[in-house]
Design a protein around this ligand. Structure first.
Ligand SMILES: Nc1ncnc2c1ncn2[C@@H]1O[C@H](COP(=O)(O)OP(=O)(O)O)[C@@H](O)[C@H]1O
Ligand SMILES: [Mg+2]
Length: 317
C-alpha cells in the first residue's frame, strides 16, 4: 500500500460568536471529528450543503487556521505551529472565486512568480520566470498571456492561473474549495479535465470540496458526506453512488440532476430547515429532517459504522 500523504484524525473547529453586553457567547461547531486519509494521486471529495463545514476543513488543512482539537500529518510531518513553515509548500489551496483571488494589479506572470519570490528568495529572477512560463503552458494558457492582467481573462482562464499559482511550489496536496462552482457549466468540465490531467502528470493528491455531486462524480476516488460539521458517510465513489447508506446522502443525491439515467432516482424532498451549527439537534443531527427517525435517533448520536463504507446512522439502508 502507498503511504498516505495526508492523515487527519478527529479534526474539530469551533468559532465563538460574541453575545455582546447582555447576551451569552455562543459556539459555532463548524467541524467535528473529521478523520480520513488521502493517498498520492488520489482525490478525496468532501460534499455537503452550504454551511456544513467544508471550507472550515479547507482552512484547517492549509494551516490558515489551527483546529481546536484533532491532528493531521502531511507527508510524514505532523502539522503544528513549529512545522508550519516547513509544510507551507506541501499543501496549497485554490479558492472558488476566480475574480477575487487574483491581484488585479499584477500581471499573470507576476502572479505565478510571486510564491517563488516569497518562499524561494535565493532563486534567480530568470529561473523564476522560466518556471512561471512553463507553468503557464502546463495549465493550458498561451505564452502571450504572461504579460496580461487578470481582468483580461475569462473566469475559466483565471481559474487556470489560480491553479498554476498553487502548483508553483510543487505541493503534494492541493485543496480545491469549490473550484468550478463559480464557472459556467461548459467551462466547468474544461477545468475539471485540466485538474484530472495535472493530477496524472504530477501525482498530486486532491482534497476536492464541492456541494455538487455531479461534479464529484466526475473527479472523486473517495467521498466523505458531511452534515452539520460531521462526516456522516464515507465510501469509494462507486460504492457511494451505487448504494447510499445514510438517508441524508440519499436525499442529497436525489436532489442532484444526473446525466446518467441509471442514477436518476425518485426525488426525496427534505422537510424542515437546515439547523444552525450554533444549535445542533441532540442525538443524530439529521433526525429532525429524517423520514426514518425513531426515538433512539433523537436521543443518541450514531457513530460512523465499520469499514468499508461507514455511515453514522442507526437504520442505514
Ligand atoms: N470565522 C467564523 N466565525 C464564525 N462562524 C464561522 C466562521 N467561519 C465559518 N463559520 C460558520 O461555520 C459553519 C461552517 O462554515 P463553512 O466551513 O464555511 O461551510 P461550507 O464551506 O460547507 O459552506 C457555518 O455555519 C459558518 O457560518
Ligand atoms: Mg465553503
Amino acid at each position: 500500500m502507498t503511504e498516505p500523504v495526508l492523515v487527519a484524525e478527529n479534526l474539530t473547529q469551533e468559532y465563538v460568536l460574541k453575545g455582546g453586553l447582555f447576551g451569552k457567547d455562543r459556539i459555532v461547531r463548524a467541524l467535528t471529528g473529521a478523520t480520513f486519509t488521502l493517498e498520492p494521486g488520489k482525490t478525496l471529495a468532501i460534499v455537503g450543503e452550504s454551511g456544513c463545514g467544508k471550507s472550515t476543513l479547507a482552512r484547517v488543512i492549509t494551516m490558515i487556521e489551527e483546529p481546536v482539537a484533532g491532528t493531521f500529518v502531511l507527508d510524514g510531518t505532523k502539522a503544528g505551529p513549529d512545522t508550519r513553515d516547513k509544510l507551507r509548500t506541501t499543501v496549497q489551496i485554490v479558492f472558488q472565486d476566480p475574480y477575487g483571488s487574483l491581484n488585479p494589479r499584477q500581471r499573470c506572470g507576476q502572479i505565478l512568480e510571486e510564491p517563488l519570490k516569497i518562499n524561494r528568495p535565493d532563486m534567480r529572477a530568470e529561473e523564476r520566470t522560466r518556471r512561471a512560463r512553463e507553468m503557464l503552458e502546463l495549465v493550458g494558457l498561451r505564452p502571450e498571456h504572461f504579460d496580461r492582467y487578470p481582468h483580461m481573462f475569462s473566469g475559466g482562464q483565471r481559474q487556470r492561473i489560480a491553479v498554476g499559482r498553487a502548483l508553483m511550489l510543487e505541493p503534494k496536496v492541493l485543496v480545491l474549495d469549490e473550484p468550478v462552482s463559480a464557472l459556467d457549466l461548459s467551462i466547468q468540465s474544461q477545468i475539471l479535465n485540466l485538474l484530472v490531467d495535472l493530477q496524472e502528470r504530477l501525482g498530486l493528491a486532491y482534497l476536492f470540496i464541492s456541494h455538487d455531486l455531479s461534479v464529484v462524480k466526475h473527479v472523486a476516488d473517495d467521498v466523505i458526506v458531511m452534515y452539520l460539521g460531521r462526516p456522516v458517510e464515507i465510501g469509494t465513489k462507486e460504492e457511494l453512488f451505487a448504494h447510499q447508506r445514510h438517508p441524508y446522502t440519499k436525499a442529497l443525491l436525489s436532489a442532484t440532476p444526473m446525466a446518467d439515467p441509471t442514477l436518476r432516482k425518485e426525488r426525496i424532498k427534505l422537510t424542515g430547515e437546515l439547523p444552525s451549527p450554533v444549535n445542533i439537534p441532540p442525538g443524530c443531527a439529521f433526525s429532525p429532517r429524517c423520514w426514518k427517525a425513531q426515538d433512539k435517533c433523537r436521543k443518541e448520536r450514531p457513530e460512523l459504522g465499520p469499514e468499508p463504507h461507514p455511515a453514522a446512522c442507526f437504520f442505514p439502508e
